[in-house]
Design a protein around this ligand. Structure first.
Ligand code: BMA
Length: 386
């Protein structure tokens, strides 16, 4: 048999080909690795199966696009409030696109006081039912907590320093522990088919801004971290709640801000987030979205954590094509697991369109885009194991 002896140009070609093959092999290995789910180290070593399933589900979602969420979607909207008499689940989002959001935000502010209603007048009994319904239908639940100021008795926005008072034997520590116990009691009632409903818990958000009593200038970074860790320990260890994933979400980063300044540690945070609003200056907004989501993505990848756009929107949506032209191009390939638009309270304060609003068609187009995942979309991805 004749042996084939390549000439020099064939040798060069073969060498190049093998390098090319090797590179493409390594790249394909890397992309397979990126899509492989590795069992995470969750804050809660005893995380419920439901919480573990939610984490995996968010990972899968982030590989396909991002889950679209809305705060208080089914509690009220522009011109209506949930009531048993309505007989069906109202939602401004459903009204516009014929599907529900994939993520449902609720706020438990004033639960700590033992009140019947939250700070926006949603009865906690209604909230419980809406959370159970959303979960039953395959939706994902995220909770924020605009709790009152324990020192002054004012609201979350009362900047009287208070964090020190609820730590390490401070004068209001017992009161704070009672507040957390009330939260725990309510969270324990969120069950479906005898399983605890998994919850994305996002307390003490926007701490790098100074508008909340737990924010910049109103407490030190080290006290903030202590407060976060204590709260986790109370919920997880004292009250034995194992269905929470903990989400850290600073506000839009100002030039001098460091994303991790208030970060309580890898062992106390499951998912990284960021809140950025468009205050009617879309150029500024886009700059922040690109920069800040980039920062969050890098840090999250380094820490092997999921990340999300935990609050956003433009009040009243006065900018034409805001969803499709201002927002979508900059989040399309960001890798976020979800995005949460803020609440629809009234014509002067809403972040999602409603029927007859000018941005209705823009939002309908947004819904058709490849990466925007609503309730039907995430249910089609993989059936959650209820
Ligand atoms: C804020 C505003 C307030 C509301 C609070 C908690 O951003 O929407 O009106 O009380 O969130 O939902």
């Amino acid at each position: 048999m004749r042996t084939f002896i390549p000439n020099t140009s064939t040798q060069l070609f073969l060498r190049r080909l093998s390098v090319l093959l090797m590179v493409s092999f390594l790249t394909s290995c890397k992309s397979t690795l990126n899509t492989l789910y590795k069992t995470p180290r969750l804050v809660d070593k005893k995380a419920s199966p439901s919480a573990q399933v939610l984490h995996k589900r968010l990972f899968d979602i982030s590989k396909k696009g991002f889950a679209v969420g809305h705060q208080d979607d089914t509690s009220y909207g522009v011109g209506w409030r949930h009531s048993e008499d309505l007989g069906e689940t109202y939602s401004d989002v459903y009204d516009v696109i014929g599907d529900y959001p994939a993520v449902y935000g609720f706020d438990i502010g004033h639960l700590e006081l033992g009140n019947e209603n939250n700070l926006d007048n949603v009865p906690f009994d209604t909230m419980r039912q809406l959370i159970i319904d959303a979960h039953k239908n395959g939706g994902i639940i995220t909770l924020s907590w605009h709790l009152d100021n324990p020192t002054s008795g004012g609201t979350s926005w009362d900047q009287t320093p208070a964090v020190k008072d609820i730590l390490d034997g401070g004068i209001h520590q017992e009161k704070y522990e009672l507040w957390v116990a009330r939260v725990a009691d309510f969270l324990k009632t969120l069950n479906y088919n005898t399983q605890p409903i998994p919850l994305l818990f996002r307390p003490f958000h926007e701490m790098n801004g100074s508008w909340f009593w737990w924010g910049e200038g109103n407490c030190s970074a080290s006290d903030y971290k202590k407060l976060w860790r204590n709260t986790v320990r109370l919920l997880r260890d004292k009250h034995q709640l194992h269905n929470l994933l903990y989400v850290y979400s600073p506000n839009k980063l100002n030039r001098e801000d460091k994303y991790l300044k208030y970060f309580p540690g890898n062992r106390y945070v499951d998912i990284l987030g960021i809140d950025i609003y468009d205050f009617k200056n879309s150029r500024d907004y886009i700059t922040s979205v690109v920069n800040d989501l980039g920062v969050v993505k890098d840090i999250a990848n380094r820490k092997k954590k999921l990340y999300a756009f935990t609050e956003t929107g433009i009040e009243k949506i006065p900018t034409p094509n805001w969803f499709t032209r201002v927002l979508y191009p900059y989040i399309e390939d960001s890798g976020i697991a979800w995005i949460l638009f803020w609440r629809n309270d009234r014509p002067e304060h809403h972040y999602m369109p409603y029927k007859t609003h000018e941005s209705e068609n823009d939002f309908k187009e947004f819904e058709t885009f490849a990466k925007t995942l609503f309730l039907k979309d995430i249910n089609n991805l993989n059936q959650p194991n209820h």
